[in-house]
Design a protein around this ligand. Structure first.
Ligand SMILES: Nc1ncnc2c1ncn2[C@@H]1O[C@H](COP(=O)(O)OP(=O)(O)OP(=O)(O)O)[C@@H](O)[C@H]1O
Ligand SMILES: [Mg+2]
Length: 411
């Protein structure tokens, strides 16, 4: 047996104690964790913990495991939204297939779980949009997915919206760039799979009555075309409108969560200018970057948008109180220490892990708004947090995003 992984080595060392010589299907439950409501999968996929990190293990043909390992490694290095890969186990005894080990994507859920949960009112349209955004991002990077589906994507709540991550890269192909035909084919495959998955949800009684699976799936190619056009379209600009049209376009792309790497302007014989934008594919988002610069915290794009507003009002309050300007990075660090961290530290231990801390903070801001409306005055973050921990957070099912120990479990 051989275990191939990238350093740091200490992480993988803890996993060596697992029974790699046995078929994954037969591993004893006390070595594994239970993860609720996963997508449809062909392979044996199981979950194990080591040193308080959870890993997903997929038993799969060695050639595919090596391919997926290489692809996921590249995607992660490029900043694409994917699960993070640890390594592969090959040359197992008795010709057992290889095992691909990825790090469990924290606070993520499968589409089945999103639909089975009544608390969060995520629409299927939102789910399609976030899947389309992921596909466009991959296509911009020259990646043909070949198996885009809801099952092969993981979803993370992001301040009222949802972010999508690629989880299954077995079929991906990397090209310098994709032809329109390749992209169309990938979109067709995705549409078929999503339709089948939505039908499956319907059969299971998980789809709201007013949603027709086929109709919903046909939204996918339309949304894809619209977004692809938005991020790649060339525009011809007249000289007098150049300045604001370029700014306008960049602003729109930023709002869609795409960062522009380079703007190309080509002069046309008629005096006009052709505008081309080269979109950066990496998961970035202007709010995430700005929030990271100010606080050093990594959060989702929509979370960053909300938290930045809170940070700005904190800064304004500081300036007014002290009667002097406060540099934004100083305000950022003070906001973390005086506003954000105390709330995160106050999360009751038995409720920790149900949602990511920035998502909890965002929900507390919503809750504060709600309570303040009722009270006719601002109740403040501390009181809102207390009420939220007592009444709202406990309603988030424990098993929503956190794997639970099947029995006994590992340390
Ligand atoms: N790193 C991970 N973090 C969280 N969940 C994961 C992770 N890896 C896999 N999963 C869950 O396991 C499911 C199955 O994994 P995956 O899609 O890679 O295998 P598969 O479905 O057997 O492959 P195929 O699509 O070829 O049938 C995913 O839908 C996802 O819910
Ligand atoms: Mg899969």
């Amino acid at each position: 047996m051989r275990f191939l992984f990238r350093p740091p080595a200490d992480e993988a060392a803890g996993l060596l104690a697992l029974p790699w010589g046995e078929p994954l299907e037969e591993w004893p439950d006390d070595q594994l964790l239970e993860v609720p409501q996963r997508g449809i999968s062909r392979h044996v996929v199981r979950f194990a913990a080591s040193d308080s990190t959870v890993y997903a293990l997929k038993e799969i043909d060695e050639r595919l495991a090596r391919h997926e390992y290489a692809m996921l490694t590249d995607f992660e290095a490029e900043g694409l939204p994917t699960v993070s890969v640890l390594g592969i186990c090959v040359d197992r005894p008795n010709d057992l297939p290889a095992i691909l080990v990825t790090r469990f994507l924290e606070y993520s859920m499968s589409y089945r779980y999103l639909f089975s949960m009544r608390r969060v009112d995520h629409t299927s349209e939102q789910l399609i949009d976030t899947l389309v955004e992921l596909l466009v991002r991959l296509h911009l990077a020259g990646i043909f997915w070949g198996d885009c589906s809801l099952s092969n994507t993981l979803f993370r709540p992001d301040a009222g919206s949802i972010a999508a991550y690629l989880v299954d890269a077995e079929t991906v192909e990397r090209h310098p760039s994709l032809s329109p035909g390749q992209r169309r084919y990938d979109v067709e495959l995705a549409t078929e799979r999503v339709a089948a998955e939505l039908m499956d949800l319907e059969i299971g009684g998980l789809l709201p009555d007013d949603i027709d699976p086929i109709e919903m799936a046909t939204v996918l190619p339309q949304r894809y075309e619209a977004l692809w056009d938005e991020v790649t379209r060339e525009e011809v600009l007249r000289p007098e409108e150049q300045r604001y049209r370029i700014a306008d376009r960049l602003q729109r792309l930023n709002e869609l969560g795409f960062a522009v790497e380079e703007v190309e302007l080509v002069s046309c014989p008629d005096g006009g200018v052709k505008l081309k934008v080269h979109t950066r594919v990496a998961e970035s988002g202007q709010h995430r970057r700005e929030f990271f610069r100010l606080t050093g915290l990594e959060v989702g794009e929509q979370q960053a948008r909300r938290l930045l507003n809170d940070l700005r009002s904190f800064r304004a309050w500081l300036e007014q109180r002290d009667g002097r300007m406060v540099p934004d990075t100083v305000a950022g660090h003070r906001w973390v220490a005086e506003v954000y961290q105390p709330v995160v530290e106050a999360i009751p231990r038995d409720l920790a892990g149900r949602l990511a801390p920035p998502e909890i903070f965002h929900e507390i801001l919503e809750h504060r708004w709600f309570l303040s409306e009722q009270a006719g005055r601002d109740v403040g973050t501390t009181a809102a947090a207390r009420s939220y921990f007592a009444t709202v957070l406990p309603q988030t099912p424990k098993e929503m995003t956190t794997p639970s120990v099947a029995a006994g479990g590992l340390t």
